[in-house]
Ligand binder design. Structure first.
Ligand code: PCA
Length: 137
């Protein structure tokens, strides 16, 4: 089994949640380090591999098996041009008196996307329902 931190459309309540077959872990989570989170091109939630820039980003933590992970890797087009990369990230559970630290997989995008057609909204601390609702094509 693996842990996966999701911050965008794979979150519960968001448009690609039906593809997320993981088991959600209780609690509120955020990245230990700040990272830039942008809604690229007014549409695509993208966390960038630039720790120390941007904000600490809120998301949800899931326990996933190989099959569930492979399904989400296909959705995020891992290994394809323009697709996401799957990396590891440190996240904290922040709703307990003492924060707990977890290492999880996360989908990251290429910062070069910010050189492409905008608008790019961010850096954000959280991808919200209104981003998914108002900024889709
Ligand atoms: N799906 C993945 C990466 C960005 C997106 O929209 C996620 O929710 O974490």
């Amino acid at each position: 089994m693996h842990l996966l931190f999701v911050y965008g459309s794979l979150k519960e309540g968001f448009p690609n949640f039906h593809v997320n077959r993981g088991q959600r872990l209780p609690g509120d989570y955020r990245t230990l380090q700040p990272h830039p989170l942008y809604v690229v091109g007014g549409r695509l939630p993208c966390l960038l591999p630039l720790p120390g820039q941007g904000l600490r980003v809120r998301g949800q933590l899931f326990r996933v098996d190989d099959v569930a992970l492979a399904k989400m890797d296909r959705l995020e087009r891992i290994g394809e041009p323009g697709g996401y990369q799957r990396a590891r990230i440190a996240v904290e559970r922040i709703d307990l008196p003492t924060p707990t630290l977890h290492e999880a997989f996360v989908y990251l995008q290429d910062p070069a996307l910010l050189d492409g057609p905008g608008p790019h909204l961010g850096p954000l601390a959280e991808y919200l329902p209104e981003h998914a609702r108002t900024l889709r094509w």
